[in-house]
Design a protein around this ligand. Sequence first.
Ligand SMILES: [Zn+2]
Length: 242
Amino acid sequence: MGVSQTVIDDSQAQSKIYRQADRRVKEQIQTVSVMLPFMMGSVNCYVVKTDDGFFLIDTGASNGRKEVERKLDDAGCKPGDLKLIILTHGDFDHTGNAAYLRQKFGARIAMHRDDAGMLERGDIFWNRKSGNLLIKALASVLFRFGQAQRCSPDLYLNEGDDLSEHGFDAKVLHILGHSKGSIAVLTAEGALFSGDLLLYKNGPVLNSIMDDRAAAQASFERLKGLNVSTVYPGHGEAFRLL
Ligand SMILES: [Zn+2]
């Protein structure tokens, strides 16, 4: 009896290890690139499928709602399947469909506390320094655009948070620079969702629009020391970090 019990325990342990390894292989990432109005280029959001459900990283601007919805529908995401809507920061072009998708899919919105006021007030300067001149020139347009999508997050994410309790084998990194509450998500497989910290221009570079450039540089240096395979930025193509 004792021997047979040991055998059963071993096989259960093996099966658990296999399932964990299998889960990593099954993590699937799909990119939705949404064109922005007013000649502002495009913005990315990412649908990540794990064994436990779907995760959406950023939501695009509200003008791209149909494209984001279609991608979730095509991926097989049904109401109740979307576990978290993770916002890398509070800018309107990343948060524009958060309230709508939360309602449609019964998901929860997660972001860092230090950017929450942007979403709640429709104010991209909330908790930011004086602001970039170009953005200031566009502010009235941007504010109007953001105001329609005001909402509050359901939970706050902090440095080091482990998302596996939600079914996503990934960790949260607080990457100050573009905004005070900017976060990245690093999966166990090394996929890094970097929000607006980095862009690719003949190599990985800091985004030109920064609230705190020194902090951004420090965040960039820190990322270089992590086990990152592919960077999935808020704007532009995915790239390798090193
Ligand atoms: Zn941004």
